[in-house]
Design a protein around this ligand. Structure first.
Ligand SMILES: Cc1cc2nc3c(=O)[nH]c(=O)nc-3n(C[C@H](O)[C@H](O)[C@H](O)COP(=O)(O)OP(=O)(O)OC[C@H]3O[C@@H](n4cnc5c(N)ncnc54)[C@H](O)[C@@H]3O)c2cc1C
Length: 600
């Protein structure tokens, strides 16, 4: 079992020193909180995560849910863990006190979520999907829908799902076929098949509230004709009693590479023409509602990827300190004792790469959550607008970069354990398999790259992009106060110039109508901008570390030195990769388009 999934010293540094989360208490919503109360709830979350979630992560992976006699059966530890989680009110971390919530800033509730995900991603998926569905109903549901469906979700009695994908329509939701036909009583008859539905069936709750995207016959074609419906697994009567089946049938469980503890289902709605759905908001706005909540969901995916990488990093670090193997390259005596593998340069490379990926990714995800907190609380319309624009731009990066590079971290973690890393006796291979989902779901990374370059960078004539450049400029200005960061400051400035030049070149091509060439290498652009953003995140951390190291002693000094070295690693080993990427992008290379299908 894993001993720890996060370095709490790092989490505190990021929350309080880099992001100054304590200052959020100036907003009325958080005025009852302070650093001590945040730490108390994070402590409680970590204890529960390690005692009741990490304990069965391996067992849940080895014993995936089964379909037996018409119901889904899974190991009992999942339900037990969730009962503790609900009793602790962690699903209400961000919600109002009036709803029984803790009214914590999003950045703190995300930090809590991060710890649970690192401990056991598949068990936490059940409440996380419920929280996402509840947020959507809070924002767009009617009062009656909130009373009937949201309230029991907040009480922990009903769980939720998100039903977007279909067998023939994943990335292209315009092509969904599920139909919602209006009925005289105002409800809708739902008919269709949804695919890949996480937590789509189980006995963990009294009911499951599916939020289903469907088309009303006669509506507009494509995404403009998509509406959103509440479709409960069991009907709920006027007295709010859970009753008979609502004709939602489990067509089959998918057998996945990772995340094996989370049921993942193909669901048939309305096989017997008896499935009722309830429209959320107004017709044809469904995808907009869903995407409105996507910022949070995508940051959540990025954070999940980060934490699987983070847990793997710590496991491989502990191993590297203990595993004796080989001797220093300049050791002459074959009888001298072997050294722990952490002494070898190549192992140190793999540790530093992991550290730079996972702590950098954590920094970005928390930064995004902090932006959203500020946007939601500020009364200054301009700050709100700027934060939301910046967040929109950063969201595809916060989703995709951690899911690429923290997966890479897991790969390096396995490598550090050598053959042992390839066995199921250690958590690395499971973390790697679990993490492999993250580049795929919530919009594949290919789709994220199109969203970034084709939409977000172009939005409002590049306003978000300019805002990001301004913020990076601020970070450069602050870092300049510390001579120790001189090289990084110069490199950051160079990277910013490079990104700006390439972006202008690409946007010009777009304006000239060269759409295909403009977007042909969008994934490369996402990687390039991702690395620049990550360098920015490291520069922010390094500036704080440089300020604090002078007075620091003991473990604190080592911690800040570690931050400065990881920054140096990222700037010397990773950031230079943006040079060739930029050259490729600027050339508007069309190799991938020019290849004839027959040539593959
Ligand atoms: C374990 C798991 C859990 C999931 N949970 C849920 C859930 O709870 N609810 C839900 O609704 N869905 C869920 N999904 C579905 C997930 O969101 C989709 O798998 C994903 O959106 C991709 O769709 P697809 O699988 O149909 O692949 P496709 O859309 O067929 O894509 C296949 C490949 O083609 C690429 N591609 C497709 N279109 C384009 C394009 N226009 N330009 C460039 N490249 C393109 C993609 O990037 C990808 O590499 C889950 C999936 C998995 C595997």
């Amino acid at each position: 079992m894993m001993e720890r999934v996060i370095n709490r010293r790092d989490l505190s540094f990021q929350l309080y020193d880099v992001l100054d989360v304590a200052s959020l208490s100036a907003y009325p919503r958080f005025s009852e909180h302070d650093k001590a109360s945040y730490e108390a709830v994070i402590d409680a979350a970590e204890r529960l995560a390690m005692d009741k979630f990490a304990d069965h992560a391996h067992k849940a992976d080895e014993n995936e849910p089964q379909y037996e006699n018409g119901r889904v059966v899974m190991i009992p530890e999942v339900k037990e863990a969730l009962s503790h989680y609900l009793a602790g009110g962690f699903h209400l971390a961000h919600r109002d006190e009036s709803e029984g919530g803790m009214q914590l800033p999003l950045v703190i509730s995300q930090a809590i979520a991060a710890i649970f995900t690192g401990a056991n991603a598949s068990t936490t998926a059940y409440p996380f999907l419920t929280i996402a569905a509840a947020n959507l109903l809070s924002a767009y549901g009617s009062d009656a829908q909130k009373e009937k469906f949201l309230k029991p979700m907040l009480e922990g009695r009903f769980f939720g799902t998100m039903c977007l994908s279909e067998p023939q329509a994943g990335s292209s939701l315009a092509d969904i076929r599920t139909k919602a036909t209006p009925l005289p009583d105002g409800s809708y008859a739902i008919k269709g098949t949804k695919m890949w539905i996480s937590a789509g069936d189980h006995d963990l709750a009294e009911n499951i509230v599916h939020l289903v995207l469907a088309k009303i016959p006669g509506g507009p074609e494509g995404v403009k004709g998509i509406s959103l419906f509440i479709v409960p697994k069991y009907q709920v009567d006027d007295e709010d009693r859970v009753g008979d089946s609502n004709d939602v049938a489990l067509a089959g469980l998918n057998h996945k590479m990772g995340y094996r503890g989370t049921t993942n289902c193909m669901l048939n709605f309305g096989e017997n023409d008896a499935c009722r759905g309830y429209l959320v908001g107004v017709v044809h706005h469904g995808l907009g509602y869903m995407f409105h909540m996507m910022n949070e969901a995508r940051i959540g995916v990025g954070l999940g990827a980060t934490m699987m990488g983070y847990a793997g990093y710590l496991a491989s670090l502990d191993y590297a300190k203990q595993r004796p193997q080989g001797r220093p390259v300049d050791a002459k005596d074959p009888a001298s004792p072997p050294v722990p593998i952490i002494a070898h340069a190549d192992v140190r490379r793999m540790l530093l790469a992991q550290k730079s990926y996972v702590e950098g990714a954590l920094s970005l995800c928390l930064y995004c959550a902090r932006l959203l907190d500020e946007a939601q609380q500020t009364e200054d319309a301009d700050t709100k607008k700027r934060n939301l624009l910046l967040l929109d731009l950063l969201t595809p990066i916060a989703k995709a970069w951690p899911s690429e590079f923290c997966l890479e971290a897991n790969k390096l973690g396995i490598q550090i354990l050598g053959g042992y890393g390839y066995t199921r006796d250690y958590p690395l291979e499971r973390l790697y398999r679990d993490n492999r989902l993250n580049p795929i779901h919530e919009g594949t990374n290919g789709i994220q790259s199109l969203d970034l370059l084709g939409r977000k960078v172009m939005a409002e004539k590049g306003l978000a992009f300019r805002l990001m450049m301004e913020r990076i400029g601020d970070a450069i200005g602050e870092a300049k106060a510390y001579p120790v960061l001189e090289e990084q400051v110069a490199a950051m400035q160079g990277a910013v110039d490079l990104l700006s030049r390439v972006t202008v070149k690409l946007v010009t091509a777009a304006h000239e109508g060269k759409t295909e060439a403009f977007l042909a290498n969008s994934h490369e652009y996402l990687l390039l901008m991702g690395h620049v953003v990550m360098a920015w995140m490291w520069l922010r951390q390094a500036t704080v570390a440089a300020a604090k190291i002078t007075d620091a002693v003991g473990d604190d000094r080592s911690f800040f030195a570690g931050k400065l070295m990881a920054t140096r690693y990222f700037f010397t080993h990773e950031l230079p990769k943006t040079g060739p990427q930029a050259a490729l992008l600027a050339s508007l290379d069309t190799t991938v388009l020019d290849m004839p299908n027959e040539g593959f």
